[in-house]
Design a protein around this ligand. Structure first.
Ligand SMILES: NC(=O)c1ccc[n+]([C@@H]2O[C@H](COP(=O)([O-])OP(=O)(O)OC[C@H]3O[C@@H](n4cnc5c(N)ncnc54)[C@H](O)[C@@H]3O)[C@@H](O)[C@H]2O)c1
Length: 174
């Protein structure tokens, strides 16, 4: 069912890699509800994913940005406002990544360089995104900025590894 709930609303959606991504499904629903947005993902994800298909389907433009790079984020926010013709009503931060998890490193045997990278990508990028939006005065009043967490931030889920710490940090920022 479509209700035009987001007609006239503009935003940025981070993190649509393929159709299994939460951001992908969100973008499809936002489009169905009349919202307009810019899609973004890490430059490396442009090669791996199928984001072009989503952009075509939703009539959106893609602006690559590494969410750990302040310069990329500034460029993203500036360009998004130019493309969408004004300030933003919503931003979805749907980003998470742990190299320790990917490489099967146990929580008790972390590679801390990987831990730091995961923290930057999964948590600090949320602060960087919001700080960039704030400095550019890019959000409309009552706009929404959403990030995705997991209950391992509060409860022990050993296999969630250092992502649990990243989610706790993310929640603290929020
Ligand atoms: N899938 C689940 O069951 C679940 C449960 C709870 C929370 N979450 C959270 O939801 C969010 C989305 O996860 P998903 O399941 O859709 O997985 P996903 O892998 O499809 O999405 C993660 C996205 O982060 C992007 N990304 C990684 N590094 C980046 C960087 N440096 N800059 C910009 N983007 C970068 C990836 O390219 C990818 O598109 C994550 O925060 C995840 O932790 C997922």
């Amino acid at each position: 069912m479509m209700y035009n709930l987001l007609k006239g609303k503009k935003g940025i959606i981070f993190g649509a890699l393929d159709e299994n991504s939460i951001a992908w499904k969100t973008a499809e629903r936002v489009h169905e509800e009349g919202g307009q947005f810019v899609l973004t993902n890490a430059p490396v994800a442009m090669r791996m994913g199928q984001i072009n298909a989503l952009a075509e389907k939703t009539g959106s433009q893609i602006i690559p940005a590494d969410a750990t790079s302040e310069e990329d984020l500034q460029n993203l926010v500036e360009q998004a406002m130019e493309i969408l013709g004004g300030k933003l009503d919503f931003v979805l931060h749907s980003i998470g990544m742990s190299i320790n998890v990917r490489k099967g490193k146990h929580y008790t045997d972390q590679n801390y360089a990987w831990t730091q990278k995961g923290t930057d990508v999964s948590a600090m990028s949320f602060h960087k995104t919001m700080q960039t939006l704030y400095k550019a005065d890019a959000m409309n009043e009552w706009g929404s900025i959403v990030a995705l967490t997991y209950m391992a931030a509060q409860r022990v889920f050993p296999d969630y590894n250092d992502m649990a710490d990243n989610k706790a940090y993310l929640e603290s920022i929020a």
